[in-house]
Ligand binder design. Structure first.
Ligand SMILES: [Zn+2]
Length: 214
């Protein structure tokens, strides 16, 4: 759930819609398949390694937490800068600041998954097993998005020597890596109102949320 849906529909309506769609797709809607507020959660840029630039820019103070306290706070400029140590945007894996990162989210989910798995083994039953699987799927999704939402594949091709590759950043955008100058690793943006496109980021598509370059 994100700003667009939550500001137009009651939360329970969204949950019912998702549950109905899930039932139509998979044939289950009860027990571990029941769609709850906690299980569905809210949209987090870090969960998909999305570039947060422009997120909630139409909200007062750029703060989406008025809509749901689980949504992220205002975007900091420093989050969007490139970490010179890794060549990746700070929101991806630079944990030396006071912003959320996808790397931290994955680590936390791994710990939660292991904890739930141990609970299952110690008498937690099937409920704990299914929750552990759900957490595993959630964290694997973020890992999958690292290649799906970024220019990692393009950078890898360039590293392998291919020259006719568009790395989704401008020709002059380069960072210093141990192997020499190379384009930074960037990911697609998330925004309700598409900001003007630039060559510095790439487009990521989504079935549930309009996305745009920023
Ligand atoms: Zn995703």
């Amino acid at each position: 759930m994100d700003i667009a849906g939550l500001s137009k529909l009651a939360k329970q309506t969204i949950l019912n819609l998702v549950m109905a769609l899930g039932f139509l797709a998979h044939g289950y809607a009860t027990g571990e398949f029941e769609v709850t507020d906690e299980r569905l959660g809210v949209y987090l840029c870090t969960e998909h390694i999305d570039n947060p630039k422009g997120y909630a820019s139409d909200q007062p103070g750029g703060d989406a937490r008025r809509i749901d306290p689980r949504l992220r706070g205002p975007v900091l400029d420093v989050e969007l800068e490139v970490d010179p140590r890794t060549g990746m945007k700070n929101y991806i894996a630079n944990e030396n600041g006071n912003w959320d990162t996808s790397s931290r989210l994955v680590r936390e989910r791994i710990v939660q998954c292991i904890d739930m798995g141990r609970r299952a083994r110690n008498g937690g039953g099937e409920t704990a097993v299914y929750e552990a699987y759900r957490l595993l799927g959630t964290l694997l999704h973020t890992l999958e998005d690292f290649t799906a939402h970024s220019n990692w594949c393009e950078l890898s091709l360039m590293r392998l020597g291919y020259s006719h590759v568009f790395p989704h950043v401008g020709d002059g955008v380069r960072v210093q890596s141990p192997a020499g100058p190379c384009p930074p690793l960037v990911t697609g943006a998330c925004a309700l109102a598409p900001p003007p496109p630039s060559s510095a980021h790439l487009r990521a598509s989504s079935l549930v949320q309009p996305r745009a370059t920023s």
